[in-house]
Design a protein around this ligand. Structure first.
Ligand SMILES: Cc1cc2nc3c(=O)[nH]c(=O)nc-3n(C[C@H](O)[C@H](O)[C@H](O)COP(=O)(O)O)c2cc1C
Length: 164
């Protein structure tokens, strides 16, 4: 028997996550993205990550249709950008701060992210409310320095005090 949803949510609130911004670009160049913690490494060969995107997210169809996304791994200094991509703004307005580049796929890369993985979708699993997108990494951008990470736990942002 499945566990209660509220119990599952209470448990998940105790799992600290690294805040990422997943970005994509439509065929006409229109950019979009969302803040996400449901990101994980899958395998080194071929270099593959996964991210879980709610079907209701405005970027969902663009990732599915174009098969491109970037996982921008956020530093502690990028809280404001994370808030924009979590619904503080929508679509192109989410890109008004930050320096954005493109690498291999054409999806937006945040130059100041700790690391950005530029991915081509290699597989999709649709489970319940979410699409699980597997992305084969086409290019990687590392920021100049290593700032503290932006983490999320119990509904709040924080960081990793032992670092730096
Ligand atoms: C810390 C944090 C983590 C999130 N993680 C995810 C995630 O892994 N997957 C997801 O689909 N939405 C996640 N969200 C919610 C999306 O960022 C939010 O729904 C966003 O507004 C995208 O939807 P929209 O483009 O329709 O506004 C997260 C939000 C926050 C604040």
């Amino acid at each position: 028997m499945a566990v209660e949803v509220d119990l599952f949510k209470a448990g998940m609130r105790r799992l600290a996550g690294h805040v990422c911004v997943i970005t994509t670009a439509a065929g006409d160049g229109g950019r979009n993205g969302l803040t996400a913690t449901a990101v994980a490494s899958v395998t080194v060969s071929p270099p593959t990550l996964l991210c879980c995107i709610n079907r209701t997210a405005s970027a969902f169809e663009t990732v599915k249709d174009t098969g491109r996304f970037v996982i921008n791994v956020m530093s502690e200094t990028e809280r404001e950008i994370a808030n924009r991509f979590a619904g503080g703004d929508s679509g192109e307005a989410r890109f008004t701060s930050g320096h954005w580049l493109t690498l291999a796929t054409g999806a937006p890369v945040l130059a100041s992210a700790l690391v950005a993985f530029d991915c081509r979708v290699s597989d999709i699993a649709e489970i319940g409310s979410h699409g699980v997108f597997f992305g084969e990494v086409q290019a990687i951008h590392l920021s100049d320095g290593i700032d503290r990470p932006l983490l999320y736990l119990q509904g709040a942002y924080g960081s990793f005090s032992q670092f730096g």
